[in-house]
Structures are given as structure tokens and as C-alpha cells.
Design a protein around this ligand. Structure first.
Ligand code: ZN
Ligand code: ZN
Length: 421
């Protein structure tokens, strides 16, 4: 079965899923759930997968769901969607806008919205599972639909892995994922190599010796120490990383002291780091530790500094051969609507899954913006200002052709392996 033929029947199969998919999408959009609390969403997904004839595993890593379509010997393809929403108050004005509130991890009541479009991803993956389930004579192998919680916290994929995901999945040949982004609906966009940055947050505590503000000779001043560190850290990207290698190091917070005439005994810095390769990430992290430790010595700090990593996301680096194969299938299916994806500064935890499995992967974008709105903004040179981006309270993907496009894209990419045998 060749993939040229695949484009036609996939289009027909996607048309057949359209009705229920739009209902599922509106329902999920109106009932968003925060990270690690996606129980209603997960139950809806599991019910739909069972109705499609999948072998379903629920509660993987908390609220994760995995559905298997086993269809004889052949490749095993992992298709992943994320399912969580954000603490954002929706302001789209859509008839199906969320009015839901939830309780965050700190116990505060917060508004909840699918402001990142994960409702699009899960609806498209359910549609791809339906298309594959309804055409078992056209492919062989195992199609796995994996619904991951808590992408927004960066630990949903890891929790599924820690809960025995590798053993549950068995042998896998390739992993696929997609994200709706603020470019014209109806288009798909791929990119080989680095596609999303790694993100790391680091809390650094440095120690001084407290004293009266009038007697600095008795102190080790942690505010001066922290200030020297902030200045010196500016040299990491500018002097230690090649200019063609993108990296960002931001000191987002610096806290020390309580009063003008008291020298405190510690200061806390919070750093955020974005990099696009494991080597650069390791190099910047090592430089931070080296500079902080050396500045503490220079100040005669009485205690070693403390480093705490949090909110960590791995880099997303698309396998070239896998991406080329998906791109060729997209070019056949979407023609001129199959485009190049620019390097993205956002981060994702999807790659924790293929890394744990030891398999190659690719991650692509689908457009969610009304093409007319986008064209008007582009002509005025106002895309950045006028087109709501992911996490905005105004982020409102056009239902169609966005759902059709994401469903066709995921199905087409999976068939590049499953229909090839
Ligand atoms: Zn997001
Ligand atoms: Zn997202």
C-alpha cells in the first residue's frame, strides 16, 4: 500500500470523523482541567478509544491514557497528544468559552482555559485513531495513541515513564507529536534538527554574614555578592557560547535583605535558561555553577552556595530521517500547505518519551489562525501584535480546517510507517 493512495482515503476517513470530533472539541474546550487533574478529560478519551476497539490503559502516570490498535506484524508507531489546560481566564468571547475554575497546586482557586490548544491535539489524535481503526485493511503493525497529562508543568511525560510506560509500550519504532501554533489554519510545518528549546529554572542561594549596616567590616554582604554574580553571568552567553548557537540566560529574580541598615546573611537568585542542544545546555549550566562558586570564594562566603533545579524541559531535536519521511508524506497530502517550521523558543516535555524509549521522533506544527485574519495582519506587518499566541487569554484556534488538518497530519505521518509494509 503506497502513501500516494493513502492521501485520498485518509481525507475521506477524516471527513467521516468530523461531526463527533467538533462536538468533542467544544466539550473539552468548555471543560478544561489543570495539569495532573485531567480526570474528566482522561475518562472521555478512554471511553472514545474503547468505542474504537482499542486496548486501553488508564491512570498511567496519574491521568495518562494509552490506547493500542494492534493490527498484525509490522512497525509500532507512537502518536502523542497532551491534554492539560492552563490557569488563564478565557477572554475569547466564543460561544463555547470556558467559565471553569480550578484549584492549583498551592490551593488557590484559579480560572482554567485550554489556552495552549491541547484540546486540539487530543481531539485530532482521537480522530487519527478512528481513521486508522476504520481502515485496518490498509495498514499493518501497532498504532499507539498516547494521551499525556501535565505538559505545562514539564513533568507529565516523565511521570508516565516512571510509572512503567516503557514496559507497557513494548518495542516502538518512531514517536510523533504535533502542536497548534499561531500560523494559518490548514497548513502543517516541519523542521529537521532542533525545533524547541530546552528550558531550565535554577534557584541559587548564596550565603554571607549578617551585620549592622554601619559595620560592613563584620559582614560578608550577600547583596553585593549576588550583584557580582548577576553581572558576571552576563558573560556566559556573550563570551562562552558561539554566536551562531542560540542561548538565553535570564536572572528573573534577586532577593536579599529586609531593611536599609541591616546586612542580611543570604540572598536568592532565580535563573531561567533556554538552549537548543545538550552540549550548550551542559556548558551553560557548568558555567553558572563555576561563576557562582568562584564569586562566593571571592567574597569569603562562609558556606557553599546551594543550587536547586526546577521547571525543567528537555530540548526537542527532530530526527532528520524521520522528519524527511514525514515531510515527504505531508508534501503529498497537503501540497503547498506543507511548509517549513521556524525554530521555536517555547519548550515541551514530549521528547522525554522517545528518549526513555530510545527511539527517533519528530514534532511538527499545525496552524490554528484564521487564514484571512493572518493575511491581513501579515500585510500590515502586525503578526506579532495582532495574532493571539499560545497561552494568551484570546488564543482561539479556528475549529476548521484546524481539526481536519491535525487529524490528517497525524494519520498521514503514522501511515508513513504503518502502510509501508
Ligand atoms: Zn503551553
Ligand atoms: Zn502546549
Amino acid at each position: 500500500m503506497g502513501t500516494d493512495d493513502a492521501a485520498d482515503w485518509v481525507t475521506a476517513a477524516v471527513a467521516a470523523t468530523r461531526g463527533w470530533q467538533e462536538d468533542v472539541y467544544r466539550h473539552v474546550h468548555q471543560h478544561p482541567e489543570l495539569s495532573h487533574q485531567e480526570s474528566h478529560t482522561a475518562a472521555l478519551i478512554a471511553d472514545r478509544l474503547r468505542a474504537l476497539g482499542c486496548e486501553v490503559h488508564e491512570g498511567v502516570g496519574g491521568t495518562g491514557v494509552v490506547g493500542f490498535l494492534r493490527n498484525g506484524d509490522g512497525p509500532s508507531v507512537l502518536m502523542r497528544a497532551d491534554i492539560d489546560a492552563l490557569p488563564v481566564r478565557e477572554q475569547t468571547g466564543l460561544p463555547y468559552a470556558s467559565e471553569v475554575t480550578g484549584t492549583d497546586a498551592q490551593g488557590a482557586e484559579v480560572p482554567v482555559m485550554h489556552a495552549c490548544g491541547h484540546d486540539v491535539h487530543l481531539t485530532c489524535l482521537l480522530g487519527a485513531a478512528a481513521a486508522l481503526s476504520g481502515a485496518r485493511d490498509r495498514w499493518r503493525g501497532t498504532a499507539i495513541a498516547l494521551f499525556q497529562p501535565a505538559e505545562e508543568l514539564g513533568d507529565g511525560a516523565r511521570r508516565m515513564v516512571d510509572d512503567g510506560l516503557v514496559a507497557l509500550l513494548g518495542a516502538v519504532d518512531v514517536a510523533l507529536a504535533q502542536h497548534v501554533l499561531p500560523f494559518p489554519s490548514g497548513t502543517v510545518a516541519t523542521r529537521p534538527g532542533a525545533v524547541l528549546s530546552a528550558a531550565d529554572s535554577m534557584r541559587v542561594t548564596v550565603f554571607g554574614r549578617g551585620a549592622h549596616g554601619s559595620m560592613p567590616q563584620s559582614s560578608v554582604d550577600p547583596v553585593v555578592l549576588a550583584s557580582m554574580i548577576v553581572i558576571r553571568l552576563q558573560t556566559v552567553v556573550s563570551r562562552e557560547i558561539a554566536p551562531v548557537e542560540p542561548a538565553v540566560l535570564t536572572v528573573g529574580s534577586i532577593r536579599g535583605g529586609t531593611k536599609s541598615n541591616v546586612i542580611d546573611d543570604h540572598a536568592v537568585l532565580e535563573l531561567n535558561l533556554r538552549t537548543y542542544s545538550d552540549q550548550t545546555r551542559a556548558r551553560v549550566l557548568a558555567a553558572i555553577r563555576r561563576i557562582v562558586t568562584a564569586e562566593c570564594q571571592a567574597s569569603d562566603s562562609p558556606r557553599e552556595p546551594e543550587f536547586e533545579m526546577y521547571d525543567q524541559f528537555p530540548p526537542t531535536i527532530n530526527d532528520t530521517a524521520v522528519t524527511d519521511r514525514v515531510r515527504a508524506a505531508f508534501d503529498r497530502a497537503f501540497g503547498a500547505q506543507s511548509q517549513d517550521l521556524p525554530l521555536q523558543s517555547a519548550s515541551e516535555d514530549f521528547s522525554d518519551l522517545p528518549r526513555a524509549l530510545g527511539v527517533p521522533y519528530t514534532y511538527w506544527g499545525i496552524g490554528g489562525t484564521d487564514p484571512e485574519t493572518y493575511r491581513t495582519a501579515a500585510e500590515a506587518g502586525r503578526v506579532e501584535q495582532d495574532i493571539p499566541v499560545n497561552h494568551s487569554p484570546y488564543f482561539a484556534p479556528l475549529i476548521q480546517p484546524t481539526l481536519d488538518t491535525g487529524t490528517r497530519a497525524m494519520t498521514t505521518a503514522a501511515l508513513a510507517w504503518l502502510a509501508a509494509t
